[in-house]
Design a binder for this molecule. Sequence first.
Ligand code: HEC
Ligand code: HEC
Ligand code: HEC
Ligand code: HEC
Ligand code: HEC
Length: 385
Amino acid sequence: MRKEVAFIIISVLFSFVILSPEAYGGEDFLLEYWERPIALQTHQNDFALYPEECGQCHKDQYTDWKDSLHSKSVGPGLMGQLNPFQDTQFAQSCYFCHAPMEEQTEMKGQKARGKGQEEYIKNPSFDNKLKLSGVSCSVCHLREGKVYGPMRRVKGQGSRVRDNHDGFIEKDFFEKAEFCAACHQLDEGYELNGKLLVNTYREWKESIYGKNNVTCQNCHMPDRQHLWRGIHDRETVLLGIRIKSVRLEKGARLIITNSGVGHYFPTYAPPLVVVRGFMLDKNDKVVQGSLKEAFIGRKVRLDLSEEIFDTRIPPQKSFEFDYSARGDSSDRKIAFEVWVYPDEFYNRFYKAAVNNADMDFNGEEIEKAIKITDASPYRLFRQVL
Ligand code: HEC
Ligand code: HEC
Ligand code: HEC
Ligand code: HEC
Ligand code: HEC
């Protein structure tokens, strides 16, 4: 019965995961680098694949990565809705971004004998521990057992410390936005209301940041740190927007400007930002019936059949929220709050999933995912005028 729910529709969505070559900036090797599944590593027996191993020498990258969502990309929210042995193709379409190495997938595609089609067989190289590590060091830095990395900070200088990977291959594409587009842009597939569902790279490309080559890495990996903080982190969001209030004759206006986000605020459909205006009485109690709300985000139905609204703020643009004072204002004050719900869509989706007994989800995992997404909202801003 899950035909009726988002599951299948998302499956349609992600069965077309292709990025047009032009989005790779004409870099043929980068396109090849991101061919998926990423081919088996041809490493020596004792060569590191797991992030903890790389982390023995690259401590800072490991610690930062471990805190980032890239290390959590194979979490309960994803695994609760996948059955890799039965819905193999569907799972593969998700692994494309969440766990793209061949070692990370339970099943592997091969040409069926005598036919042109693909069939799936059990993958003898499957490594569950590597799968659980998600978008880890190897996903971005390892190809066929060789380490690739950005250009050395100081040209020509090799390290005197021994590495266990026989040096590395320098590639300047590590510092380009196209490197991230591999998973943060979906050109083919699902559109809602004529707009792509995952369009971060193109939003960036058209913005002043794209035009001036202020890259994803400049903001999300400052000084090459492996932080990747975004909408889930209050400090990061505060760096990207400006909030200002002005008095109006009979109330006040809150102006939220996307002053430093390199794409729409927010770029994806899952988060929702809620703006609230209300009155406080002389005891600082909220005056009943005084609440007014507005939303910043792209809200879509759970089955992705419809866009309900799209009020995301493009770079350099503002969102205005007018609040009219209610009642006698001599002993009352106007208050503004801005709240961020980073996982609003997923939280709604998981709750619908557990309430639908017909759906073949892993209830235990989904319950965990509900706990995580229930805990992610935070107050971004508050002001009493
Ligand atoms: C035994 C210690 C050690 C281990 C384990 C190790 N590395 Fe390294 N790595 C080094 C050293 C030392 C260098 C500097 C080499 C040089 O400058 O020639 C280096 C360089 C690099 C670079 C290039 C840095 C730059 O300036 O661009 C990358 C990327 C990298 N390692 C990734 C990895 C990954 C991914 C793993 C795990 C699969 C790993 N390393 C495991 C010691 C190690
Ligand atoms: C192999 C695919 C892949 C690549 C390459 C990749 N990402 Fe991601 N990224 C993901 C996935 C999947 C998530 C979501 C993980 C989760 O929450 O489960 C994510 C999450 C993020 C987030 C956190 C968003 C939030 O909600 O807070 C940021 C920021 C981010 N990526 C930036 C980047 C940047 C910058 C690059 C390029 C240097 C990059 N990513 C490259 C797959 C990728
Ligand atoms: C084009 C790359 C891409 C593909 C393909 C993809 N995702 Fe994601 N996924 C992301 C990114 C990026 C995020 C982070 C979004 C955000 O923070 O708003 C994410 C977040 C999620 C999350 C919420 C965070 C978490 O890990 O619990 C879930 C659940 C999820 N994806 C499930 C799926 C499923 C199921 C599929 C396959 C049908 C899929 N994704 C395919 C890139 C992708
Ligand atoms: C999502 C992709 C991604 C993942 C995952 C990732 N890296 Fe990187 N790494 C990059 C990019 C991109 C750069 C270059 C950033 C820049 O130049 O701005 C980089 C740079 C580096 C460097 C060079 C740092 C310097 O100061 O010169 C090392 C070393 C490194 N990574 C190791 C690791 C290790 C170890 C892990 C796992 C714990 C890891 N990386 C995980 C994308 C990734
Ligand atoms: C000028 C700085 C800047 C640049 C450039 C930039 N970002 Fe962001 N990004 C932010 C800030 C600030 C946030 C937090 C606010 C938000 O979520 O929109 C963010 C949020 C995100 C998120 C969280 C999910 C969401 O719905 O917002 C992802 C994923 C992301 N960025 C990926 C990228 C990628 C990929 C690129 C390059 C194509 C990029 N960013 C370029 C500043 C930047």
